[in-house]
Ligand binder design. Structure first.
Ligand code: ADP
Ligand code: MG
Length: 721
């Protein structure tokens, strides 16, 4: 038997490469791309098999099945019906993704499981009370309860991938052949019941993310040329004005153009405290408009909304394999064929060589075949990861893969960016100090003219402060990372930035030194402004710490992070002031972006792994060079969402402790699952060899263990950790 055999089709004999799905679909104008929802998918390898089957259909260019999301994407030239039919032939149900939430059909599988159970009971009663021969009842129970399994077995034989359905069919036929009809019927019943339970629980875990997306309305009330119309979201364009009444969910991402309301953003941020929205504020699809009417200018197409992006990333993350899972797969690769060989040996050797009765040993071999399924083991990791990632996404934490989830629980060092991460990132100008001969408005307006072209928080503070002043035009503007900016005003080159910028340009700062030191000593960030000829003056600004920074870092220490450091491009004194307030181990200051990367790499080397937390926009290189990059406030920025390994939707450092705890808990659950499923197998192999096990007990243990492992994984979806 090929080493591909295993349970419920969860084959393990595949290489990592074959299992990695490539999600890119080429653009062939003749092809249609359809997305289906698959129900009844109970293990990662049935996914691989189904994917293979659909991909090999005539008229299908490409098929990708995401196990975590149970989502099948097909690029094809067929009808959707024919694909749904092909899926059904393999024993699963497909439904078009855009079909909406259809009425739940009574599951045919449930009916057949109940019927076969009823028939077994009836047969036992008939035999016990009336002394009848109940074989007829049992055969009927086998046919009704097992036709689905037999059908799948037929396809597995046809494609030469012998799976658990095949093994079960052999076991039941074998049982019948030696006259054990009752036992065969119980095996069929338990096996199909176990499968059913398992796909119910897995579907439930998957739905946790889909539920988020299903909150988003499919239609939006849009006003075009004074006329209001209800449009499908796919027909709404960027720039359309969408009207959202109180109590309605927002259908698309946009900016409030008119109105005032509070919006519950839990669907996107996990934070259910409503947020006030006024003109100019960003709102997200899927969030709930509570009390006011809003007119929203649409900024993104439906397919590109933040919630759609989150969903896509969560699904991709759930499809990835975590290291623990790869280990399990490797193990299962040797385990299954080994047990299979043993079964063949047990069936043949005592009979052929020792003259033992065939049927007894044949029966024992059948029991071993059933046990040979490592289903619970193979399921133990993915089910935990899928559940944990799904649960985190509902808390406003996007984890981009099981690997990061596993890693973050083991990291000992955390590095934080200062501006916008530990601090609020909205600076306010505190001092404007012009040099002799320059007026305050002259200094401020020149600085603001330059800074109006910069995105830095300091720049924004200056521009805000200069509101109402006329700003001159700036030519040849350049941003000098970690230093400041440069540009020409009326033919004269000006510099605005920190000490480093001016010393590098050979200015004499001796006159300003005292003042600089004093302001910096107060924890302020100081900006100098100067032309080629002279320094115009100083502008100081201050940032405030986030309220919960200290508490969040303390919590993080309690979870076992030993070293917490800050990285900033700001001056040493400002950095030290914050370092003291937040009880940091080290506050690295005056770093250029490249220095930040170097510090991150050094720390990682010294401590065997580092998590770097930043805003994901101007810290992208540092985030990328850390083992795990965490971006904060990612809901508003696709770039940050993309750059991070873990994204916190809102600016809440408190979520970090949650992620670390979730990671630890997930690893714990995975370990429990692995130990449990291996133990169950070991015990049953011993029992079988000792001759005290039987077929239906083996099936019971197998499917029972798989269901328990799934339920244990689902504990991670609980809200309170
Ligand atoms: P951080 O995000 O850690 O503050 P940055 O590299 O963004 O680090 O900035 C480092 C320093 O460079 C700032 O503290 C500031 O002194 C100076 N700087 C950067 N950009 C500007 C700017 N647009 N205007 C003035 N100074 C700037
Ligand atoms: Mg920064």
């Amino acid at each position: 038997m090929a080493e591909e055999c295993c349970c419920h089709g969860c084959c393990t004999g595949k290489t990592e490469e074959e299992n990695t799905t490539n999600n890119r679909f080429s653009k062939n104008p003749e092809d249609t791309i359809s997305v289906f929802h698959i129900t009844g998918l109970d293990c990662a390898d049935c996914a691989a098999k189904l994917e293979h089957k659909i991909a090999s259909l005539d008229g299908v260019t490409k098929a990708v099945l995401n196990f975590g999301a149970a989502k099948l994407t097909v690029q094809h030239q067929l009808t959707e019906q024919s694909i749904i039919k092909a899926v059904a032939e393999s024993g699963y149900q497909a439904s078009g993704e855009n079909a909406g939430s259809q009425p739940v059909k009574p599951d045919r599988r449930l009916v057949s499981v109940l019927l076969s159970g009823g028939l077994i009971l009836a047969g036992m009663a008939a035999a016990y009370f009336a002394g009848m021969n109940a074989v007829g009842f049992y055969v009927l129970a086998i046919i009704i309860g097992g036709w689905q399994t037999a059908k799948s077995a037929y396809y597995s034989v046809k494609s030469l991938t012998f799976d658990m359905n095949f093994l079960m069919s052999i076991a039941v036929i074998g049982a019948g052949a030696i006259g054990e009809w009752h036992e065969g019927a119980v095996v069929v019943f338990l096996f199909s019941l176990g499968n059913l339970l398992q796909s119910y629980t897995l579907d439930k875990t998957r739905r946790s993310i889909q539920a988020l997306v299903e909150l988003t309305p499919r239609q939006a009330l849009v006003r075009r040329e004074e006329e209001e119309m209800l449009l499908y979201v796919d027909d709404v364009c960027v720039g359309d004005i969408m009207i959202v009444k109180p109590g309605e969910r927002i259908a698309l991402d946009g900016i409030v153009a008119k109105g005032l309301s509070s919006v519950n953003q839990a669907a996107v941020t996990g934070e259910s405290l409503p947020v006030e929205k006024v003109e100019g504020d960003v709102v997200y699809a899927g969030t709930l408009n509570e009390n006011g009417s809003l007119e929203i200018s649409v900024t993104k197409l439906a397919a590109e909304s933040t919630i759609a992006l989150i969903r896509e990333m969560v699904e991709e993350a759930q499809a990835q394999k975590a290291p623990a899972q790869q280990l399990v797969d490797k193990f299962a690769r040797y385990y299954t064929p080994a047990v299979l060989l043993l079964a063949v040996g047990i069936a043949l050797i005592p009979w052929l060589l020792l003259g033992q009765p065939f049927s007894e040993w044949f029966y024992m071999a059948l029991v071993l075949l059933v046990i040979s399924c490592p289903c619970a083991l193979v399921l133990s990791t993915p089910v935990s990861i899928v559940s944990a990632i799904g649960s985190a996404s509902r808390q406003g934490v996007l984890i981009k893969g099981g690997a990061y989830l596993e890693q973050i629980g083991a990291v000992k060092v955390a590095a934080f960016d200062k501006t916008g991460t530990l601090t609020q990132g909205t600076m306010t100008v505190t001092n404007i100090l012009p040099k002799d001969g320059i007026t305050e408005p002259e200094l401020l307006s020149a600085a603001a003219a330059l800074e109006s072209l910069s995105e830095h928080p300091l720049a924004k503070a200056v521009v805000r402060q200069a509101e109402g002043l006329a700003l001159k035009t700036v030519d040849s503007f350049t941003a000098l990372p970690g230093r400041g900016v440069q540009g020409d005003i009326e033919g004269q080159t000006f510099l605005a930035g920190n000490r480093r910028l001016f010393t590098e340009a050979d200015y004499d700062l001796s006159e300003c030194e005292e003042l600089l030191a004093e302001l910096e000593g107060q924890g302020k960030t100081v900006m100098l402004l100067g032309s080629r000829l002279k320094i115009y003056g100083l502008i100081a600004a201050a940032d405030t710490l986030r309220e919960n920074s200290l508490a969040a870092l303390k919590e993080l220490r309690q979870t076992g992070i030993e070293k917490i450091v800050m990285l900033t491009g700001d001056n040493r004194k400002a950095a030290e002031a914050i370092g003291q307030k937040l009880e940091l181990d080290t506050a690295y200051s005056e770093l250029l972006p490249a220095d930040k990367v170097a510090v991150v790499k050094d720390l990682a080397k010294a401590h065997g792994g580092i998590v770097m937390v930043g805003d994901g926009i101007n810290d992208a290189p540092a985030l990328a060079s850390a083992d795990i990059g965490v971006a904060m406030g990612a809901a508003g920025s696709d770039a940050a969402l993309e750059a991070a390994d873990i994204a916190l939707m809102v600016n809440d450092l408190g979520k970090l402790g949650y992620v670390v705890k979730l990671s630890r808990k997930t690893l714990g659950v995975i370990k429990q699952n692995i130990v449990f499923s291996v133990l169950v197998k070991a015990v049953f192999i011993l029992l079988t060899l000792a001759g005290v096990s039987n077929l239906w007990l083996a099936v019971f243990a197998d499917t029972g263990a798989a269901v328990l492992v799934t339920l244990n994984g689902m504990r991670l979806a609980a809200r309170d950790l």
